[in-house]
Write a protein that binds this ligand. Structure first.
Ligand code: GLN
Length: 393
Protein backbone atom coordinates (compact mmCIF):
# COMPACT_ATOMS: atom_id res chain seq x y z
CA UNK A 1 0.00 0.00 0.00
CA UNK A 2 1.27 3.36 -0.92
CA UNK A 3 0.27 6.32 1.14
CA UNK A 4 2.69 8.73 -0.40
CA UNK A 5 1.17 12.20 -0.40
CA UNK A 6 3.03 14.76 -2.39
CA UNK A 7 1.48 18.18 -2.75
CA UNK A 8 2.10 20.79 -5.36
CA UNK A 9 1.22 18.88 -8.57
CA UNK A 10 -2.16 19.98 -9.99
CA UNK A 11 -3.31 16.47 -11.06
CA UNK A 12 -2.40 15.14 -7.69
CA UNK A 13 -5.95 15.28 -6.38
CA UNK A 14 -7.14 12.60 -8.83
CA UNK A 15 -4.09 10.33 -8.47
CA UNK A 16 -4.33 10.53 -4.73
CA UNK A 17 -8.03 9.84 -4.83
CA UNK A 18 -7.44 6.58 -6.81
CA UNK A 19 -4.83 5.42 -4.36
CA UNK A 20 -6.95 6.29 -1.40
CA UNK A 21 -9.80 4.15 -2.70
CA UNK A 22 -7.53 1.15 -2.23
CA UNK A 23 -6.58 2.13 1.30
CA UNK A 24 -8.32 1.07 4.47
CA UNK A 25 -11.48 2.85 5.74
CA UNK A 26 -9.79 4.62 8.64
CA UNK A 27 -7.02 5.94 6.49
CA UNK A 28 -9.45 6.93 3.75
CA UNK A 29 -11.63 8.89 6.14
CA UNK A 30 -8.77 10.77 7.68
CA UNK A 31 -6.47 11.40 4.72
CA UNK A 32 -9.43 12.28 2.57
CA UNK A 33 -10.55 14.76 5.24
CA UNK A 34 -7.11 16.34 5.36
CA UNK A 35 -6.90 16.44 1.59
CA UNK A 36 -10.34 18.03 1.28
CA UNK A 37 -9.49 20.73 3.75
CA UNK A 38 -6.24 21.48 1.91
CA UNK A 39 -8.13 21.43 -1.36
CA UNK A 40 -10.84 23.72 -0.04
CA UNK A 41 -8.28 25.95 1.55
CA UNK A 42 -6.46 26.10 -1.71
CA UNK A 43 -9.65 27.30 -3.34
CA UNK A 44 -10.10 29.79 -0.59
CA UNK A 45 -6.55 31.02 -1.03
CA UNK A 46 -7.10 31.20 -4.77
CA UNK A 47 -10.29 33.23 -4.32
CA UNK A 48 -8.61 35.52 -1.80
CA UNK A 49 -5.65 35.95 -4.17
CA UNK A 50 -7.94 36.79 -7.10
CA UNK A 51 -9.89 39.27 -4.96
CA UNK A 52 -6.67 40.96 -3.85
CA UNK A 53 -5.49 41.12 -7.46
CA UNK A 54 -8.77 42.65 -8.57
CA UNK A 55 -8.69 45.15 -5.72
CA UNK A 56 -5.09 46.04 -6.63
CA UNK A 57 -5.91 46.36 -10.31
CA UNK A 58 -8.96 48.53 -9.64
CA UNK A 59 -7.05 50.82 -7.24
CA UNK A 60 -4.17 51.07 -9.72
CA UNK A 61 -6.51 51.75 -12.61
CA UNK A 62 -8.42 54.32 -10.52
CA UNK A 63 -5.07 55.94 -9.94
CA UNK A 64 -4.28 55.72 -13.62
CA UNK A 65 -7.63 57.04 -14.78
CA UNK A 66 -7.66 59.73 -12.10
CA UNK A 67 -4.09 60.47 -11.03
CA UNK A 68 -5.11 64.00 -10.07
CA UNK A 69 -7.60 62.75 -7.51
CA UNK A 70 -4.97 60.44 -6.05
CA UNK A 71 -2.49 63.32 -5.84
CA UNK A 72 -5.06 65.53 -4.12
CA UNK A 73 -5.63 62.87 -1.50
CA UNK A 74 -1.89 62.57 -0.95
CA UNK A 75 -1.37 66.34 -0.62
CA UNK A 76 -4.31 66.77 1.77
CA UNK A 77 -3.13 63.94 3.95
CA UNK A 78 0.48 65.24 3.98
CA UNK A 79 -0.73 68.68 5.15
CA UNK A 80 -3.04 67.24 7.78
CA UNK A 81 -0.40 64.87 9.15
CA UNK A 82 2.23 67.61 9.41
CA UNK A 83 -0.26 69.96 11.04
CA UNK A 84 -1.22 67.36 13.64
CA UNK A 85 2.38 66.34 14.23
CA UNK A 86 3.60 69.87 15.03
CA UNK A 87 0.60 71.77 16.42
CA UNK A 88 1.65 70.77 19.93
CA UNK A 89 5.28 71.79 19.51
CA UNK A 90 6.07 74.66 21.88
CA UNK A 91 9.80 75.18 21.24
CA UNK A 92 11.14 78.66 20.49
CA UNK A 93 9.58 82.07 21.04
CA UNK A 94 8.11 85.02 19.19
CA UNK A 95 10.47 87.72 17.94
CA UNK A 96 10.37 90.47 20.55
CA UNK A 97 12.94 92.99 19.33
CA UNK A 98 10.02 94.43 17.33
CA UNK A 99 7.53 94.92 20.21
CA UNK A 100 4.40 94.36 18.08
CA UNK A 101 5.57 90.87 17.10
CA UNK A 102 5.83 89.74 20.72
CA UNK A 103 2.07 90.25 21.09
CA UNK A 104 1.02 87.82 18.32
CA UNK A 105 -0.57 84.64 19.82
CA UNK A 106 2.22 82.06 19.74
CA UNK A 107 0.02 79.05 19.10
CA UNK A 108 -1.22 80.14 15.68
CA UNK A 109 -0.29 77.62 13.02
CA UNK A 110 -1.31 77.44 9.36
CA UNK A 111 -0.04 75.60 6.29
CA UNK A 112 -0.92 76.19 2.61
CA UNK A 113 0.19 74.59 -0.63
CA UNK A 114 -0.57 75.86 -4.14
CA UNK A 115 0.09 73.95 -7.37
CA UNK A 116 0.98 75.45 -10.78
CA UNK A 117 -2.57 74.71 -11.94
CA UNK A 118 -3.90 76.96 -9.19
CA UNK A 119 -5.19 74.36 -6.72
CA UNK A 120 -5.04 75.58 -3.14
CA UNK A 121 -4.71 73.23 -0.16
CA UNK A 122 -4.85 74.55 3.39
CA UNK A 123 -4.70 73.39 6.98
CA UNK A 124 -5.01 75.30 10.26
CA UNK A 125 -4.95 79.10 10.71
CA UNK A 126 -4.53 80.06 7.06
CA UNK A 127 -6.70 83.17 7.15
CA UNK A 128 -4.79 84.65 10.06
CA UNK A 129 -2.77 87.68 8.91
CA UNK A 130 0.75 88.37 10.13
CA UNK A 131 3.60 90.57 8.95
CA UNK A 132 5.57 89.28 5.99
CA UNK A 133 8.90 90.66 7.34
CA UNK A 134 11.97 89.35 5.53
CA UNK A 135 9.95 87.31 3.04
CA UNK A 136 9.16 90.62 1.30
CA UNK A 137 12.86 90.88 0.38
CA UNK A 138 12.49 88.14 -2.23
CA UNK A 139 9.94 90.09 -4.24
CA UNK A 140 11.67 93.47 -4.04
CA UNK A 141 14.79 91.71 -5.35
CA UNK A 142 12.66 90.21 -8.15
CA UNK A 143 11.43 93.72 -9.02
CA UNK A 144 14.99 95.03 -9.28
CA UNK A 145 16.02 92.01 -11.39
CA UNK A 146 13.12 92.82 -13.68
CA UNK A 147 13.83 96.57 -13.89
CA UNK A 148 17.63 96.62 -13.95
CA UNK A 149 18.79 93.04 -14.46
CA UNK A 150 20.51 90.59 -12.14
CA UNK A 151 23.93 92.08 -12.88
CA UNK A 152 22.96 95.42 -11.31
CA UNK A 153 22.29 93.66 -8.01
CA UNK A 154 25.22 91.24 -8.28
CA UNK A 155 27.64 94.11 -8.99
CA UNK A 156 26.33 96.52 -6.36
CA UNK A 157 25.75 94.26 -3.35
CA UNK A 158 26.31 90.68 -4.45
CA UNK A 159 24.50 87.36 -4.49
CA UNK A 160 26.55 85.53 -1.87
CA UNK A 161 25.59 84.09 1.47
CA UNK A 162 27.17 85.96 4.36
CA UNK A 163 26.92 83.06 6.81
CA UNK A 164 26.10 85.71 9.41
CA UNK A 165 22.90 86.78 11.16
CA UNK A 166 20.42 88.77 9.06
CA UNK A 167 21.29 92.13 10.60
CA UNK A 168 25.05 91.64 10.76
CA UNK A 169 27.20 94.76 10.59
CA UNK A 170 30.38 92.68 10.48
CA UNK A 171 29.18 91.19 7.16
CA UNK A 172 28.97 94.71 5.71
CA UNK A 173 32.34 95.73 7.06
CA UNK A 174 34.10 92.64 5.80
CA UNK A 175 33.56 93.36 2.09
CA UNK A 176 32.54 97.03 2.17
CA UNK A 177 28.87 96.30 1.53
CA UNK A 178 29.54 93.80 -1.26
CA UNK A 179 29.56 90.00 -1.36
CA UNK A 180 26.31 90.03 0.56
CA UNK A 181 22.82 89.53 -0.85
CA UNK A 182 19.33 91.02 -1.06
CA UNK A 183 17.85 88.68 1.55
CA UNK A 184 19.75 90.00 4.58
CA UNK A 185 19.02 93.46 5.98
CA UNK A 186 21.94 95.48 4.52
CA UNK A 187 21.41 94.02 1.04
CA UNK A 188 17.64 94.33 1.32
CA UNK A 189 17.80 98.02 2.30
CA UNK A 190 20.15 98.65 -0.65
CA UNK A 191 17.86 96.65 -2.96
CA UNK A 192 14.81 98.70 -1.88
CA UNK A 193 16.81 101.84 -2.69
CA UNK A 194 17.55 100.46 -6.18
CA UNK A 195 13.86 100.25 -7.16
CA UNK A 196 13.33 102.82 -9.90
CA UNK A 197 11.29 105.90 -9.03
CA UNK A 198 11.69 109.66 -8.72
CA UNK A 199 10.39 109.72 -5.14
CA UNK A 200 9.91 107.44 -2.15
CA UNK A 201 6.19 107.25 -3.04
CA UNK A 202 6.97 106.04 -6.57
CA UNK A 203 9.38 103.42 -5.27
CA UNK A 204 6.83 102.29 -2.71
CA UNK A 205 4.16 101.91 -5.39
CA UNK A 206 6.51 99.56 -7.26
CA UNK A 207 7.32 97.57 -4.11
CA UNK A 208 3.74 97.05 -2.98
CA UNK A 209 2.82 96.44 -6.63
CA UNK A 210 5.19 93.50 -7.00
CA UNK A 211 4.20 92.01 -3.63
CA UNK A 212 0.52 92.27 -4.70
CA UNK A 213 1.22 90.72 -8.09
CA UNK A 214 2.93 87.70 -6.54
CA UNK A 215 0.23 87.28 -3.86
CA UNK A 216 -2.58 87.80 -6.34
CA UNK A 217 -4.44 90.33 -4.23
CA UNK A 218 -4.06 93.82 -2.78
CA UNK A 219 -2.05 93.65 0.39
CA UNK A 220 -1.91 96.33 3.08
CA UNK A 221 0.66 97.51 5.60
CA UNK A 222 -0.02 96.60 9.23
CA UNK A 223 0.32 100.09 10.70
CA UNK A 224 0.91 98.87 14.23
CA UNK A 225 3.86 96.71 13.14
CA UNK A 226 5.19 99.51 10.90
CA UNK A 227 5.13 102.00 13.76
CA UNK A 228 6.56 99.52 16.23
CA UNK A 229 9.48 98.67 13.94
CA UNK A 230 10.05 102.30 12.87
CA UNK A 231 10.35 103.28 16.53
CA UNK A 232 12.91 100.59 17.28
CA UNK A 233 14.95 100.14 14.07
CA UNK A 234 18.05 102.09 15.05
CA UNK A 235 20.22 99.17 14.01
CA UNK A 236 18.75 99.06 10.50
CA UNK A 237 19.23 102.82 10.20
CA UNK A 238 22.88 102.35 11.19
CA UNK A 239 23.23 99.58 8.60
CA UNK A 240 21.73 101.86 5.93
CA UNK A 241 24.20 104.62 6.84
CA UNK A 242 27.09 102.21 6.58
CA UNK A 243 25.89 100.87 3.23
CA UNK A 244 25.60 104.48 2.06
CA UNK A 245 29.14 105.16 3.25
CA UNK A 246 30.29 102.33 0.98
CA UNK A 247 28.32 103.78 -1.92
CA UNK A 248 25.78 100.95 -2.10
CA UNK A 249 22.54 102.98 -1.76
CA UNK A 250 20.60 104.66 -4.57
CA UNK A 251 18.88 107.34 -2.50
CA UNK A 252 18.74 108.64 1.03
CA UNK A 253 19.62 106.05 3.73
CA UNK A 254 16.68 106.92 5.97
CA UNK A 255 14.30 106.86 3.03
CA UNK A 256 15.64 103.43 2.02
CA UNK A 257 15.23 102.20 5.60
CA UNK A 258 11.66 103.47 5.65
CA UNK A 259 10.80 101.73 2.37
CA UNK A 260 12.33 98.56 3.75
CA UNK A 261 10.49 98.83 7.09
CA UNK A 262 7.19 99.37 5.31
CA UNK A 263 7.66 96.37 3.04
CA UNK A 264 8.44 94.21 6.08
CA UNK A 265 5.17 95.36 7.72
CA UNK A 266 2.91 94.16 4.90
CA UNK A 267 0.17 91.83 6.19
CA UNK A 268 -0.20 88.43 4.57
CA UNK A 269 -1.67 85.06 5.44
CA UNK A 270 -0.20 81.60 4.82
CA UNK A 271 -2.24 81.18 1.64
CA UNK A 272 -0.84 84.45 0.21
CA UNK A 273 2.68 83.20 0.83
CA UNK A 274 1.91 79.87 -0.82
CA UNK A 275 0.57 81.68 -3.91
CA UNK A 276 3.75 83.80 -3.98
CA UNK A 277 5.87 80.65 -3.74
CA UNK A 278 3.76 78.89 -6.39
CA UNK A 279 4.34 81.82 -8.75
CA UNK A 280 8.08 81.27 -8.40
CA UNK A 281 7.58 77.49 -8.72
CA UNK A 282 5.75 78.22 -11.95
CA UNK A 283 8.32 80.37 -13.79
CA UNK A 284 6.93 83.73 -12.63
CA UNK A 285 3.36 82.97 -13.76
CA UNK A 286 0.83 83.42 -10.96
CA UNK A 287 -1.35 80.30 -11.12
CA UNK A 288 -4.26 82.00 -9.35
CA UNK A 289 -4.46 85.31 -11.24
CA UNK A 290 -3.04 83.73 -14.42
CA UNK A 291 -0.66 86.62 -14.95
CA UNK A 292 3.07 86.57 -15.70
CA UNK A 293 4.39 88.79 -12.89
CA UNK A 294 8.10 88.79 -13.77
CA UNK A 295 9.90 87.44 -16.82
CA UNK A 296 10.57 83.73 -16.55
CA UNK A 297 14.31 84.26 -17.08
CA UNK A 298 14.65 86.07 -13.72
CA UNK A 299 13.20 83.27 -11.61
CA UNK A 300 16.29 81.06 -11.49
CA UNK A 301 18.37 83.89 -10.01
CA UNK A 302 15.74 84.61 -7.37
CA UNK A 303 15.64 80.93 -6.40
CA UNK A 304 19.43 80.69 -6.27
CA UNK A 305 19.69 83.51 -3.74
CA UNK A 306 16.84 81.98 -1.73
CA UNK A 307 18.63 78.62 -1.70
CA UNK A 308 21.86 80.06 -0.35
CA UNK A 309 20.55 82.80 1.95
CA UNK A 310 16.79 82.42 2.49
CA UNK A 311 17.11 81.26 6.09
CA UNK A 312 20.11 83.48 6.89
CA UNK A 313 22.93 81.68 8.65
CA UNK A 314 20.83 78.48 8.82
CA UNK A 315 20.29 78.32 5.05
CA UNK A 316 22.64 75.34 4.68
CA UNK A 317 20.84 73.37 7.38
CA UNK A 318 17.52 74.12 5.73
CA UNK A 319 18.71 73.13 2.24
CA UNK A 320 20.24 69.98 3.67
CA UNK A 321 16.90 69.02 5.19
CA UNK A 322 14.53 70.03 2.38
CA UNK A 323 16.47 70.67 -0.84
CA UNK A 324 14.23 73.66 -1.60
CA UNK A 325 14.83 77.39 -2.04
CA UNK A 326 12.92 79.12 0.74
CA UNK A 327 12.52 82.38 2.66
CA UNK A 328 11.58 83.04 6.24
CA UNK A 329 10.50 86.11 8.16
CA UNK A 330 10.60 86.98 11.86
CA UNK A 331 6.80 87.30 11.80
CA UNK A 332 6.75 83.47 11.73
CA UNK A 333 6.14 82.97 8.01
CA UNK A 334 8.15 80.63 5.81
CA UNK A 335 7.69 79.85 2.14
CA UNK A 336 9.43 77.25 -0.01
CA UNK A 337 9.48 76.59 -3.73
CA UNK A 338 9.40 73.12 -5.30
CA UNK A 339 10.20 74.15 -8.90
CA UNK A 340 7.52 72.96 -11.31
CA UNK A 341 5.68 71.16 -8.51
CA UNK A 342 4.24 73.57 -5.94
CA UNK A 343 4.69 76.53 -3.65
CA UNK A 344 4.25 75.90 0.04
CA UNK A 345 4.08 78.15 3.09
CA UNK A 346 3.57 77.83 6.80
CA UNK A 347 3.11 80.30 9.60
CA UNK A 348 3.69 79.95 13.31
CA UNK A 349 5.26 82.70 15.42
CA UNK A 350 7.72 80.79 17.62
CA UNK A 351 11.24 81.14 16.20
CA UNK A 352 14.58 79.43 16.67
CA UNK A 353 17.82 81.31 17.38
CA UNK A 354 18.40 82.16 13.70
CA UNK A 355 14.93 83.77 13.52
CA UNK A 356 13.13 81.01 11.61
CA UNK A 357 9.73 79.57 12.60
CA UNK A 358 10.25 76.17 14.19
CA UNK A 359 6.86 74.65 13.42
CA UNK A 360 6.91 76.03 9.87
CA UNK A 361 10.32 74.51 9.17
CA UNK A 362 9.36 71.10 10.56
CA UNK A 363 5.99 71.00 8.80
CA UNK A 364 7.36 72.01 5.40
CA UNK A 365 10.30 69.62 5.65
CA UNK A 366 7.95 66.75 6.45
CA UNK A 367 5.51 67.59 3.65
CA UNK A 368 8.33 67.95 1.11
CA UNK A 369 9.69 64.54 2.12
CA UNK A 370 6.30 62.87 2.04
CA UNK A 371 5.51 64.29 -1.41
CA UNK A 372 8.96 63.36 -2.75
CA UNK A 373 9.64 66.98 -3.71
CA UNK A 374 13.33 67.31 -2.83
CA UNK A 375 14.99 67.86 -6.24
CA UNK A 376 18.24 66.32 -4.98
CA UNK A 377 16.48 63.08 -4.09
CA UNK A 378 17.33 61.33 -7.35
CA UNK A 379 16.47 57.75 -8.25
CA UNK A 380 19.18 55.89 -10.17
CA UNK A 381 18.43 56.12 -13.92
CA UNK A 382 19.63 54.03 -16.82
CA UNK A 383 19.38 56.97 -19.20
CA UNK A 384 20.31 60.61 -18.91
CA UNK A 385 17.34 62.92 -18.35
CA UNK A 386 18.85 65.29 -20.90
CA UNK A 387 16.60 63.97 -23.68
CA UNK A 388 14.88 66.89 -25.30
CA UNK A 389 17.73 69.34 -24.71
CA UNK A 390 18.85 68.91 -28.33
CA UNK A 391 15.34 69.85 -29.50
CA UNK A 392 15.57 73.17 -27.68
CA UNK A 393 18.44 74.37 -29.87
N1 GLN B 1 11.98 93.81 9.58
C1 GLN B 1 12.85 92.85 10.19
C2 GLN B 1 14.19 93.46 10.49
O1 GLN B 1 14.65 94.28 9.76
C3 GLN B 1 12.99 91.68 9.29
C4 GLN B 1 13.92 90.65 9.78
C5 GLN B 1 13.55 89.26 9.40
O2 GLN B 1 12.42 88.92 9.09
N2 GLN B 1 14.52 88.40 9.50
O3 GLN B 1 14.81 93.17 11.49
Amino acid sequence: MEHRVSLGVPSLGFELHGRLRRAGGWLRRHVKGIFMSIYENRNFIRIAFCAAMLAGISTASARETNPEAALEVRIKSALKTAYNNYRGLKEGKNADYIPALAKVPSDLFGIALVTPDGKVYTEGDVKQEFSIQSISKVFTMAEVFQESGEKAVADNIGVDATGDVFNSIVAVEQYKGQEINSLVNPGAIATASMVKGGSEAEKWAKIIGIENAFAGRELAVNQEVYKSESDTNQRNRAIAMLMDAYGRLRGEPLEATDLYTRQCSISVNAKDLAVMAATLANGGYNPVTRKQVIDQKHVKGVLAVMATAGLYDDSGKWLFASGLPAKSGVGGGLLAVAPGKFGIAAFSPRLDKAGNSIRAQRAIQEIVASLGANPYDIQPQLKSQMAGVADQE
